[in-house]
Write a protein that binds this ligand. Structure first.
Ligand SMILES: Nc1ncnc2c1ncn2[C@@H]1O[C@H](COP(=O)(O)OP(=O)(O)O)[C@@H](O)[C@H]1O
Ligand SMILES: [Mg+2]
Length: 382
């Protein structure tokens, strides 16, 4: 299943956007244009649907409705999210839609304005129901998060719960003990990556590490025999042999791997792990441009094996130079005073023309997402 359409109203810096999505989604835009916020809207739905999650927690984690609601919005409108979910060729198409705000008086608790579900264009949930109106506390919970209320559309809950987000920070993976902070259950930054590797059944782990080593060979040819070990105290590690010009090769552990190597290992591992939608934050970071160029094709190949939707936020010219990327796969974010506008590149006739003339999405779309005053970027060092 994939998210085939996303519509947001008053979500952070988006006043109102409505975009169609494909199996691969590249999100581009200047700094602070809302790339992460867009991914976060999808994570928000995941946080509602996951076991032990729910609407209240998802909102509290983000600092409350006032942090989420678009600052450019007048009065206190509802924050609204709608997704359409498509199931390949078979299976139903779903639509899930919520609007929420906070109580006007009292505890100012977040409450649903509405919650609606459609299955094949037929509406199967329409809240508030008369029961909700009679007992407004009910509106503090979505039906999505309640097992006894979502039986007709549990497929949506399961699907949203399965979504994964990755923004691997090599320092966290190398030195998890140095970073206290709250442990996030989903571990998007890789703090518990090695534990995740340790928890994976041995056969799966071995076969995955072998595939990763194969894939790494092109990018980091000196690294061989990537394997999993436990040290004397039982702590899991990744180990590899690092060949070099001096005689005798050295064994290295993850804290000696380069940042780029670690990010690639984390990325490959995650790509091989499951078939749920994957949200990737700037996967190009710390990687050589020659490696970055290969990423779109790698995503594509993987998707042919198993249908898995991938969202990628990126600034990378190299990645978007891949001529295999179509205009329908590119979401362009353009900030303005009223909030950021999101457009799928192929919606523009100009862009379609340039793409069919053989230009890449990098050439066609990236210049449009540069900040208008970028030439004036200087730093006064006097
Ligand atoms: N509730 C909100 N209303 C308006 N803007 C917001 C809100 N919350 C965050 N932002 C703005 O969104 C921007 C950050 O977007 P982000 O997704 O991190 O950008 P990117 O990932 O593209 O660099 C910041 O400029 C921040 O001020
Ligand atoms: Mg960001």
């Amino acid at each position: 299943m994939i998210i085939s359409r996303l519509s947001l109203k008053n979500w952070r810096n988006f006043r109102s956007i409505d975009i169609d999505l494909t199996d691969r989604v590249f999100i581009v835009g200047p700094n602070a244009s809302g790339k992460s916020n867009l991914l976060d809207a999808v994570r928000f739905l995941r946080d509602i649907a996951k076991p032990g999650g729910g609407l209240q927690q998802a909102i509290v984690q983000r600092g409350g409705v006032s942090k989420i609601r678009c600052l450019a919005a007048r009065k206190e409108p509802a924050v609204e999210i709608t997704v359409e979910l498509k199931n390949g060729t078979d299976g139903p198409t779903w639509r899930y839609s919520i609007g929420f705000t906070q109580q006007v008086r009292g505890y100012r608790q977040p409450v649903l304005r509405y919650e609606r579900v459609w299955r094949e264009e037929q509406q199967i949930l329409d809240r508030p129901t008369p029961e909700d109106t009679a007992d407004v506390i009910r509106l503090t919970q979505t039906s999505l998060e309640q097992i006894n209320a979502n039986s007709e559309f549990r497929e949506i809950s399961r699907f949203l719960d399965s979504i994964r987000y990755l923004h691997l920070v090599p320092q966290l993976l190398k030195h998890p003990e140095a970073f206290k902070g709250p442990g996030l259950a989903e571990d998007p930054f890789g703090k518990n990556f090695l534990e995740l590797v340790a928890r994976t059944p041995e056969n799966t782990r071995r076969s995955r590490l072998r595939k990763i080593e194969d894939a790494l060979r092109a990018a980091v040819p000196q690294l061989i025999n990537l394997s999993y070990v436990k040290d004397e105290t039982g702590i899991p590690h990744l180990e590899a042999t690092y060949t070099h010009w001096r005689p005798g090769a050295g064994l290295q552990r993850e804290d000696q791997f380069s940042d780029g190597t670690l990010r690639l290992i984390g990325l490959f591992w995650t790509l091989l792990d499951g078939d749920a939608p994957l949200l990737l934050e700037e996967p190009e970071l710390s990687l050589h441009t020659a490696v970055v160029k290969k990423l779109p094709a790698l995503f594509y190949r993987m998707q042919r094996k198993r249908k898995r939707q991938i969202f990628v936020s990126t600034h990378s010219w190299e990645m978007l130079q891949d001529r295999g990327i179509g205009g329908e796969e590119l979401v362009m974010l353009e900030p303005n005073n009223e909030g950021t506008i999101a457009t799928v590149a192929s919606k523009s006739a100009d862009i379609r023309k340039l793409l069919s003339a053989g230009l890449s999405v990098a050439e066609v779309a990236l210049p449009r997402t540069a900040p208008p005053d970028i030439e004036q970027l200087t730093l006064n060092l006097e």
